[in-house]
Design a protein around this ligand. Structure first.
Ligand code: SF4
Length: 350
């Protein structure tokens, strides 16, 4: 018979207190331990220096303590850093640190699944298939560990977290939400980040967008739109066949009515596919629903074997100008980290 050793981070603070009291430890030890496990993001037992050595030893013998290990860290010429993490069961996932010191913004882009079950045609992750969901603490740990990298490399803590890495967050719903709860919870429970600093990005699952609203989600939501009509969107994002634009718009209206949280559309510009002025006009219509929305136009980064090309500069500017002239709040995001395959749609554990 095999017995499974429990991971220490599946245990709540009250249960840790009960356990340590049964080991004749004072109650405050549980809080110290809990703080190491979460707010302080310890990466091994020995880091927990205010716990007596015999207690650390007993914990080590009783529990496992899974943590992500950095396997490869790459730094782009523009300062973007991509880390490939190894999970305890030898899966690989990636996070990207995007520093913009001139704006005081230090953003981490985190993964929520190993691979992805959706098959967006422009995305390298989608080609991997989905291997498994990440646990809440594997998502949370990416933020804690990249925060450390950010402080070491840039002398600044992370300011923003975006759930735009590998995987579809709303298809790993419970773990995604629990990781957000941890990030916003004050110590010892979590990092105490402001809810408005966090954005979940989804390919568009109407039912789960409504669920977020019903569950009292307090952070921002980004819809990866990439095409403003169903026929085009179906060809690049098969999820649109079952979650068409009208269903998504109604879900976003519901979301906004209940939460008043910030909504944005992400729109990768593909040369002569979705960057015409007719496309821009359709996009304007999607910005006139019953919620305020801003549009982030993203430069495309070609991946191997995909048939798209990035929009040329003039087309991109004309597209953005059309939106702005029609009252849409629009930002053009130049891609970062291209030289290390860290840009949008490029994460694939190469
Ligand atoms: S774009 Fe996002 S949802 Fe689509 S395949 Fe890639 S990781 Fe999955």
């Amino acid at each position: 018979m095999t017995t499974t050793v429990r991971d220490i981070r599946t245990i709540s603070l009250p249960d840790l207190e009960a356990l340590l009291l049964s080991w004749n430890e004072p109650r405050f030890r549980a809080r110290q331990l809990y703080e190491w496990l979460w707010a302080k993001g310890a990466t091994d037992w020995d880091a927990m220096t205010n716990l007596p050595k015999p207690l650390r030893q007993r914990l080590r013998e009783t529990f496992t303590f899974h943590i992500l290990r950095a396997e490869v860290v790459q730094r782009s010429a523009d300062g973007t850093m991509k880390t490939r993490w190894l999970t305890h069961d030898d899966h690989r996932i990636e996070s990207v640190l995007i520093p913009v010191p001139e704006d005081g913004r230090y953003t981490v882009c985190v993964s929520t699944q190993v691979g992805c079950s959706l098959t967006c045609s422009f995305c390298a992750t989608g080609r991997m298939g989905r291997k498994r969901n990440l646990t809440a603490y594997e998502i949370y740990d990416q933020v804690v560990l990249v925060n450390r990298q950010c402080q070491e490399a840039y002398g600044h803590a992370l300011t923003n977290v975006v759930y735009m890495g590998m995987g579809e967050p709303l298809l790993n719903y419970a773990n995604t939400l629990e990781s957000v709860r941890r990030l916003t919870a004050p110590p010892p429970e979590g990092l105490g980040m402001g809810a408005h600093r966090i954005t979940i990005s989804t390919a568009g699952i109407a039912k789960m967008i409504r669920q977020l609203a019903d569950d009292g989600y307090r952070s921002n939501l980004a819809l990866s739109l990439h095409a403003a009509d169903d026929a085009k969107r179906n060809t690049i994002m098969p999820i649109n066949e079952t979650n068409h634009l009208e269903a998504l718009m109604q879900a976003l209206e519901y979301f906004y009515a209940r939460t008043h949280n910030r909504i944005s559309y992400e729109y990768i510009a593909f040369e002569r596919f979705n960057d015409t002025l007719e496309d821009a006009a359709r996009l304007v219509r999607l910005c006139r629903r019953r919620f305020p929305v801003r549009v982030n136009i993203i430069e495309y980064n070609p991946i191997e074997g995909a048939s798209f090309e990035k929009s040329d500069e003039n087309r991109l500017n004309a597209f953005a100008a059309y939106l702005a002239n029609h009252g849409v709040t629009v930002t053009v995001r130049r891609s970062r980290g291209k030289d290390i395959d860290a840009a949008c749609g490029q994460l694939a554990n190469k």
